[in-house]
Structure formats: structure tokens, C-alpha cells
Design a protein around this ligand. Sequence first.
Ligand code: BG6
Length: 513
Amino acid sequence: MPQSAEPEWTNPLRDPHDRRLPRIAGPSALVIFGVTGDLAHRKLMPAIYDLANRGLLPPSFALVGFARRDWDHDQFADVVREAVEAGSRTGFRPEVWDRLAEGIRFVQGTFEDDDAFERLRATLADLDSERGTDGNHAYYLSIPPNAFPVVLSQLRRTGMADQTGDSWRRVVIEKPFGHDESSAVELNELVNSVFAEESVFRIDHYLGKETVQNILALRFANQLFDPLWSSHYVDHVQITMAEDIGLGGRAGYYDGIGAARDVIQNHLLQLLALVAMEEPVSFSPHHLQTEKIKVLQSTRNILPIAENSARGQYGAGWQGSEPVVGLKDEDGFAADSTTETFAAIALEVDTRRWAGVPFYLRTGKRLGRRVTEIALVFKRAPHLPFDDTMTAELGHNALVIRVQPDEGVTLRFGSKVPGSSMEVRDVNMDFSYGGAFTVSSPEAYERLLLDVLLGEPSLFPVNEEVELSWQILDPVLDEWAADGSPDEYESGTWGPHSADEMMSRTGRVWRRP
Ligand code: BG6
């Protein structure tokens, strides 16, 4: 049975009243299942080291890897070191590494192997007493969802999920959180049968990005934008997550999942919730979640879905100056795969603030370039006291939050072209993180792993958010499933023609970010 822990998001090492102080994790061990996977290697191991290098992990911190490989502690530590040297953001310092390496352990076994879980329990008990991790354990399930049930039941069987005294036990899970609403409900029930909801940390790494958190600062720390932030001035909102990479090597995860399940269900709907939500009572996790949930509850598909959505699959083409193959010729994808690599949907948020404002969400692989942005596109001025020719080059005003790369905010508006005549053209006013701040932004996984160890749940979606997001997406997926194959688009372009048609029907166009 899950133990109902009080939501704990304070840390004895920091003054809870001073949020400017660095937040340092308390004594703890992080166990990673799936430690031989790509995510652990590219993101988790470098992030752990970067936290240590920034002085945000306690001296007693321990990292435990669990996998099938026949490694001992030292061999695993070598693997971690290699990943850190290749991927760390903050540079390699031998003295930091040596301290971290002292707390690295490896447990060999399969998920079905009861003895291996006994060895894991013994390893953690040793760390608790020898290194002082104090019974505080986070279990990171960086594993395929079909392995969740067996690992969770092993954690329950061995008592490793049980909190005792002041110690805590947490579980971290990675998407996909199910493949539709009913499987998400089932998954949530399973996880919550072992860990109380307060101890479940669902990773949506977009919420760990600085620019995504800046949406809250931009909206609620300023007076300037709020009066414009509604249907009075906003014509529509475009949320774009474009990637130029293809799916070579990822068939195992992606085939049958597709772009909508992969990123719209989670990253893009979370961005929508942050852009559309009302001011929270405070930034406490509960108040933030309450406002995001209200948005997701009010969000509907614009009907008919067939005309207000588009999906595509990349064919051969170009990535930069390199010729690339289409999805069906990538390793592991079948010649008749109907997996979409591009998805666009149109939503409305049924509230007083947003009535009548479409939110267009799109994502794709092998598009023109890698860019994620949120654009509020404003209505045209109701009256222009100029001849038509003077404003022929004037577009819509727009406020663009540039999530990545080139993180920042752009305001687009019309300005007089220098010269003796009156001609108005669009110009950009830019804020760029790189120019304004001297420190580089932490990686999303640094922030999120630290928050797991601190027990701060603000940046992790709760089960209700996950289920509501599926309620929004399921009708689109059903419509697509009943409607044949995705349209092909050439790699290096901005998606299928059907995506442009979906917009042109409403007299709008996609931005070319
Ligand atoms: C992941 C998706 O969640 O986000 C990937 O599964 C995608 O398909 C990745 O490539 C993109 O992340 P980022 O941080 O590079 O935008």
C-alpha cells in the first residue's frame, strides 16, 4: 500500500524563505533502471555530474545502476565517467569526479530476478549506513513501459518502495505515459498502487527548460503583456516544435507511436497550458497544477477534426546539404509503416479569456530546421490611416517566445522604412538569453533530477494532467486511425501540404520560424 507522505518540498539545507539561495539536495541515493540506455548515457549521467560540479549534491550522494550487463562497480563507474566526459555542460574536474565516483555502485540482474532485487536492497542498505544516504531513495525507471509492472512489483515485494520514519522513497517515470486515456489510467493505477501520488515524478523534460519556466516570469512578473493576453487582441496562437533530425535508430520506440503521442500529448499541451492558464494563487505545486488542469479541462478540438488537423510522414529529401532517406527506408521501419512524423492539430480553450482564439500545435521530424517557439499572433489594427500601398508589407504583430535554440523573446511590429515616403514594414525587437545573462542555462535534466531529490513537484505533471491530455488527443488519433495513411512530405521542408491547407481554410498561415 502506498504511504501517504506529506508533500515535502522544503529542504533543511536552505532557508525556505529565501528562494535565491542555491537549493542543495539532502542525503540520497538515485537508482537508475535502464542504465545502459541512450537517455541515461546522454542526459542523466552528465546531469548528475553537472549537479555535483555545481555543489548541489550532498557529499553522501550515491548513484546505483541496475542492468543486465556483467559489470562490477568500477566498470560501471568507467561507463559513467565516459558519458560525463562526453556530455557534461560544466567541464570535467577530477576532484569532483573522484568524490562522485566513491558513491557509484552497480547491481547486475534482470527485472524478473528476485535475487538481483535482494542485492539491490542490500546495496542500498549498505549505502544508507556507510555513506549516510539515510534511506532516501529515488528510483528512475528509464525503461520501456512494458517493464514497469515487473519493476514496480519487485520494488513493492522487497519493501524498497516503503517509506520509514523520516526517509523518503520516490519513483521517476519517463513518457510515454500510456498510448491513450484508458492505458494511461491503468498505468497511473499501477504506479499509485506502489507509490503515493506525491512520490511519483513524471518527467516532461520541456518543463525543465529555462525558457519554458520563463513563460511564467514573462506573464506574471510584468504589467506589459497581461492586457494583451486574451481574445481581445490575440488572433491565434501557434506552438511549433520542429526538428531537423530523422528517426534512424529509434524505430523500436517510435514506430506505431508517432509524432502526436511522442510530443503533442506531453510537451506541446504543457506549453499550451502554461500560455493559456490564469494567474496561479502562488507558485506552489498545488496552485500551479490547479491552473494547468483548468486549462486542459477547457481545451477542445476544433471540429471537424479532419479539416483541422494534418499528419505527414517524411520522404527522401535533404537535411541541410546532406541527402537523406525517407522514414520507410530508415532501419527498423516497415515499408508500409503508417507512423506519422509530422502532426498538427487545432484546439480552442473554452474560457472567457480565450473564446474564439485557435491554438495551433505542430511538430515534425526532418523539417527545415530545429526550432521550438510559441507565437501569439495578434489581430490587425482595426483601422490603418495609411494608403494600402504603404502597409502592403505589414504583417500581424506577434510576440514569440523562442524556447530553443537561440533562447529569448521576439516582439514583431511594423516600423517606418527610412526614406521620404511612408512605408511600413515588419521589424523585430529581440531579447536573447545569451546577450542578457552571462551564465549558461542548466540542462532540463539537471533541474528535474535536482527537484526529484528535493521533493519539489512543481515541474512534474500529475496523473490528472496526463489523463486530460489524452482526452484531448484521443479523438484526433481515432480520426486518423480511421482515415488511411499520413501524407508524405519531402525531408527538409515544413511538412505536408495538408498542414498548409488546414491553415489557409481559416485565412491564416504557419509562421516560418
Ligand atoms: C523527446 C521526444 O521527448 O523530445 C523526441 O521523444 C524528441 O522524439 C525530443 O526528439 C526533443 O527534445 P529537445 O529537448 O531536443 O527539444
